[in-house]
Design a protein around this ligand. Structure first.
Ligand code: HEM
Length: 299
């Protein structure tokens, strides 16, 4: 039975926006859920989250070593040396997470007979002409000059986040490895490259932390329809109401292709949602602390 309204702007009776379950004693109906993220995608996202926050908190005391908070934070981590060790452990896991993601992409390309299905179409994370259309419609909506746009599998800002992290990994990982193994790389590269790598590593870290801990967190958790927490990346499930109200183009396409039923999944357990709240809440808190420290140090 279809319990969600066809008007994407209004939640159905008895339902509240975001991830919330139907209000008790109203419709008496339970929500349907659909699979959005696979187990491997959720594990890799968790790995990236953990290592990114870890590398940011252990790298920032080095970048702002003259600030009083840097010494306090380093002391909390067991000293500057120990912060450096934690940074390298986090970096190693982060590189493994990234390598696993690329390996899974290659496996997917082989299974689908080439890279083209990954590069093109509504399921692809590569920007498509439709994204330009979506950006224009979004800005019209922001100024009240049009209806709220309805998205497919990925919104334009999710694609932006993905590629920012993808290329960011190459830059921050590459420069970090140069800093980690200078003797090895000095056999291959001139000395000035190490000065550039130090600059690039620190500036890219600021850019990445500044972006992830503000825009990415805002889009995922602070937007009015998501506040205070979107648990979809932890549970892997999206409610029928959310799918229909935010990703109507995807919903309609799945219906048209006769694939909606195969995406249906059991509702996330209370434990899975709690896990999302605790892990997501911790990352939000630590990220916000990092932003406060960066802004305090810059000004
Ligand atoms: C992905 C792989 C990464 C590798 C291999 C790596 C490696 C390194 C190494 C070897 C250092 C020098 C540490 C020391 O002198 O003890 C360093 C410094 C630093 N790292 Fe990373 N790191 C990585 C990722 C990150 C990430 C994700 C961030 C932040 C979001 C970050 C932020 C920093 C900062 C701020 C510094 C201090 C830079 C400076 O002193 O100018 N790193 N990193």
């Amino acid at each position: 039975m279809d319990i969600a309204t066809d008007n994407p702007a209004a939640p159905p009776a008895g339902l509240v926006a975001g991830n919330a379950a139907p209000a008790a004693g109203t419709t008496g109906l339970t929500q349907r859920y659909y699979r959005r993220f696979t187990a491997s995608q959720r594990v890799l996202h968790a790995g990236l989250m953990l290592t990114f926050v870890g590398c940011a908190l252990t790298g920032l005391p080095l970048l702002y070593a003259e600030e009083p908070w840097a010494a306090a934070l380093a002391r909390l981590l067991g000293g500057f040396e120990s912060a450096g060790v934690i940074h390298r452990i986090g970096a190693t896991v982060m590189i493994l997470v990234f390598a696993s993601h690329v390996a899974l992409l290659l496996a997917k390309a082989i299974a689908r007979g080439g890279v083209l299905p990954l590069l093109w179409g509504p399921d692809s994370l590569v920007p498509q002409p439709q994204d330009v259309n979506d950006i224009v419609r979004s800005f019209k909506w922001f100024v009240g000059a049009g209806p709220q746009p309805q998205f497919d599998r990925w919104t334009y800002w999710e694609k932006f986040d993905y590629w920012a992290v993808f290329w960011g990994m190459v830059i921050i990982g590459g420069s970090g490895l140069l800093l980690w193994f200078p003797i090895f790389f000095s056999q291959l590269l001139p000395g000035w490259v190490f000065n550039i790598a130090t600059l690039v590593h620190g500036e890219e870290a600021l850019l990445a932390a500044g972006f992830i801990f503000t825009f990415h967190f805002f889009n995922g958790h602070v937007r009015p329809s998501k506040f205070p927490m979107d648990t979809v990346i932890f549970t892997g499930r999206i409610s029928e109401h959310e799918l229909k109200s935010e990703r109507r183009a995807e919903y309609d396409r799945l219906v048209k292709e006769g694939r909606l039923a195969e995406q249906e999944a059991p509702a996330p357990t209370a434990e899975a949602k709690w896990f999302g709240w605790v892990v997501g809440g911790t990352a939000l808190t630590l990220g916000t602390v990092a932003i406060v420290l960066i802004v305090y140090s810059i000004f």
